[in-house]
Design a protein around this ligand. Structure first.
Ligand SMILES: Nc1ncnc2c1ncn2[C@@H]1O[C@H](COP(=O)(O)OP(=O)(O)OP(=O)(O)O)[C@@H](O)[C@H]1O
Ligand SMILES: [Mg+2]
Length: 311
């Protein structure tokens, strides 16, 4: 089939639209990054954090968003962007950005164990023999030229005892001062509480938020881009306020629910030979299977995405 037939799709998706149904369904199921305005704004802040010169008082970020808003996808995107930019700087691979997961036990040993794991360093032996892990971790961060450490699921810190939490925040403050690198904490909105018990540290974090989708131009744009990423052979009439309202109501504005509904609608359209998504696609209850109905209030007005933490 000639590419020109799929002129409603971006160039790179057109050859995929020519594949058979099974191959196209497989493509729809694979995770892919869909660009959107809120993500671009957050990526801008992350790149600013990365561009800071080393100094005693680094600006750290706290990125919060409801579960399924796409925080992990966004920080992985940030990581990929920064690796690509410096990869062939010669010899040693540089890792300006390191993404780690907050350990479930907020102890120093667990933290450095996770960090070394994220740096792809072998740690198991050290753990068994009870070696201190701070020195090798600090040395490695230096060698790799790390400027930003992203700690995903920072809210796990709240599972620790108050004492463990305090000690952990002290460690973070020490590392921030000592290494002169920026931390980006990532988590659900409860993660804000995780930093509260250390006011000195808290004042060094600026909050940014990935808010649930509201009925906005940003959502309209996201729906268009999401649809372009799906190899359907016919153009999909999805640019409708009614459709957007349905999406926000059914998902509470959570990205995960929106993406899931579009993927299922695209798979059904491919199987049934309809080859497009429209409002009626979302009337099938099967589309919404397992998509959580909103528990928190659905906002219809966009919220400010960045708020400076009061000192
Ligand atoms: N920009 C995007 N492009 C494409 N899909 C996205 C995007 N953002 C989110 N998604 C979809 O939403 C799902 C959830 O995203 P992710 O795991 O990043 O959420 P999260 O905010 O880290 O959630 P949690 O707090 O539960 O860990 C992804 O698996 C993907 O299907
Ligand atoms: Mg996540």
């Amino acid at each position: 089939m000639a590419d020109a037939e799929f002129s409603h799709l971006p160039q790179d998706v057109r050859p995929i639209a020519a594949l058979d149904a099974a191959a196209r369904i497989a493509h729809i199921r694979v995770a892919r990054w869909v660009q959107h305005a809120a993500a671009d704004r957050v990526l801008g802040y992350l790149h600013e954090a990365l561009a800071q010169p080393p100094r005693e008082r680094m600006e750290n970020l706290l990125l919060v968003g409801e579960s399924g808003m796409g925080k992990k996808m966004l920080i992985r995107k940030f990581e990929r962007q920064t690796i690509a930019a410096v990869d062939d700087a010669g010899g040693v691979q540089r890792r300006p950005v390191v993404v780690m997961l907050m350990p479930h036990q907020p102890t120093e040993a667990q933290f450095f164990g996770q960090l070394l794991g994220a740096l792809h360093a072998p740690v198991a032996g050290h753990f068994i023999r009870g070696f201190p892990l701070q020195d090798p971790a600090v040395r490695l961060l230096h060698e790799l030229g790390t400027r930003v450490v992203v700690i995903d699921e920072l809210n796990s810190l709240l599972a620790g005892t108050p004492r463990q939490q305090r000690v952990f925040l002290q460690l973070l403050r020490f590392l921030s001062n000592e290494l002169r690198l920026a931390f980006v904490g990532v988590g659900v909105p409860e993660a804000r509480h995780a930093l509260l018990s250390d006011s000195q540290l808290r004042s060094r974090f600026t909050d940014i938020e990935l808010s649930p989708w509201s009925l906005s131009e940003d959502l309209r744009d996201f729906v268009a881009r999401l649809t372009w990423s799906l190899p359907l052979r016919q153009p999909s009439p999805v640019d409708s306020p009614k459709l957007r309202r349905l999406l926000v109501e059914r998902t509470g504005g959570i990205t995960l629910g929106i993406c899931k509904a579009f993927e299922r609608a695209a798979i059904a359209a491919t199987r049934e030979g309809r080859e497009k998504i429209d409002l009626s696609s979302f009337e099938d209850p099967e589309i919404w299977r397992g998509v959580a109905t909103p528990s928190r209030t659905v906002r219809t007005q966009p919220r400010a995405t960045m708020a400076q933490q009061p000192a």
